[in-house]
Design a binder for this molecule. Structure first.
Ligand code: NAD
Length: 338
């Protein structure tokens, strides 16, 4: 059996709790993974005086694959986001977030078979970090949109749609107001759409997209959008399928892949053993598929689905009474029982 070296970044807040739970589940899935555990975030700052120490990059350079817990970013001041730095430095230009309804989960939309694939551009837009004070009382924040990055994310979305036999790609924008920047993004999407004539192409202004996602979420298939809209729409879509405890993600570049949940550090429940590890476990399923460990990926995914269908060991955020450990034990028992 092949052993895969993987960089494990536990992160801050609930990060170490969900990362440990997920590492246990991956080990029980039958895949052979050797973790290289490195610290980034507030732990790293306390221990090494750096939020994103060089050994994180050295490890990812060697393994090419990472599994990452959330890291804290101070609001209005303080340091730059670790995620933005990591995504830019490693060229992780695609942020892929599959939003699926888990059978058995009671949500406001549980009667709808939701399966929405979000492709969020991951390296530019208002996340470029180019902000300055022009004169006291006036600040400027630059929104960068490039043809290269827009084409890359559009191609990633359409290539996925073709490979997975999905029928429609929707580009989300605000080109009625940001005519040049979002206008360029849209032109790149249209150009790419012309190369995939079998896939229906649609455009929606972001505010209308939010309303339609809540009114008719089942009509959405594959979504592609610039960075900021992708951040917001991801959380909105997570709310449709049970919340942030559920939705996984993958940051993909040409040479590296870092898998992480959509959620943040959840400071309100950190350290209490209450966090739902499903989102990071489902991120690990994407990681196992990426490593070509298809059987292990399928085993972990179907164990998660069975635990939800049974509904006896679910965490508080999705209406259950279990903690992180009880849910994780149930997933592992279900895999072992096969
Ligand atoms: P959050 O995602 O941490 O929490 C929002 C709400 O969802 C909270 O009520 C939280 O308890 C709940 N929640 C989130 N994940 C959960 C889980 N796995 N199980 C159960 N409940 C869960 O968002 P926030 O409070 O806006 O952000 C907190 C911090 O996280 C900020 O510093 C932010 O910058 C950071 N953040 C990091 C990442 C990342 O590293 N990828 C992503 C988003 C936010």
């Amino acid at each position: 059996m092949m052993t895969h070296p993987v960089t494990l970044i536990p992160g801050d807040g609930i990060g170490p709790e969900v990362a440990d739970a997920t590492a246990r589940a991956v080990e029980a899935s039958g895949a052979s993974v050797e973790w290289d555990r490195v610290e980034a975030g507030l732990h790293a700052l306390a221990e090494y005086g750096q939020l994103l120490p060089d050994d994180v990059f050295a490890s990812l350079e060697a393994t090419g694959v990472g599994l990452k817990g959330p890291t804290a970013t101070p609001i209005a001041g303080g340091h730059q986001s670790i995620n933005v730095a990591l995504r830019k430095k490693l060229g992780l230009y695609t942020n892929f977030r599959p939003v699926r309804m888990l059978a058995g989960l009671r949500t406001r939309f549980h009667d709808l078979p939701l399966d929405i694939a979000i492709f969020r551009e991951n390296t530019e837009d208002l996340y470029s970090g180019l902000e300055h004070e022009v004169v006291p009382g006036v600040v400027e924040s630059l929104k960068i949109i490039t043809r290269n990055a827009s084409l890359r994310i559009a191609r990633a979305a359409f290539a996925y749609a073709r490979r997975e036999r999905r029928h429609k790609v929707t580009a989300i924008h605000k080109a009625n107001i940001m005519k040049l920047s979002d206008g360029l993004f849209l032109r790149c999407c249209r150009e790419t759409a012309a190369e995939f004539p079998e896939i229906e192409y649609q455009e929606l202004i972001v505010d209308n997209a939010c309303m339609q996602l809540v009114m008719r979420p089942e009509t959405f298939d594959v979504l592609v959008m610039p960075n900021l809209y992708g951040d917001i729409i991801s959380d909105l879509a997570a709310g449709l399928v049970g919340g942030l405890g559920i939705v996984p993600g993958a940051n993909l570049g040409d040479r590296h892949a870092v898998f992480e949940a959509v959620h943040g550090t959840a400071p309100d429940i950190a350290g209490k053993g209450l966090a739902n590890p499903t989102a990071l476990m489902q991120s690990a399923v994407l990681m196992l598929a990426h490593l070509n460990e298809r059987e292990a990926a399928e085993r972990l995914q179907s164990a998660i689905e069975r635990v939800y269908a049974e509904g006896k060991h679910l965490t508080g955020d999705v209406g259950g009474k279990a903690g992180t450990a009880e849910f994780t034990d149930a997933v592992i028992r279900t895999m072992d029982a096969r």
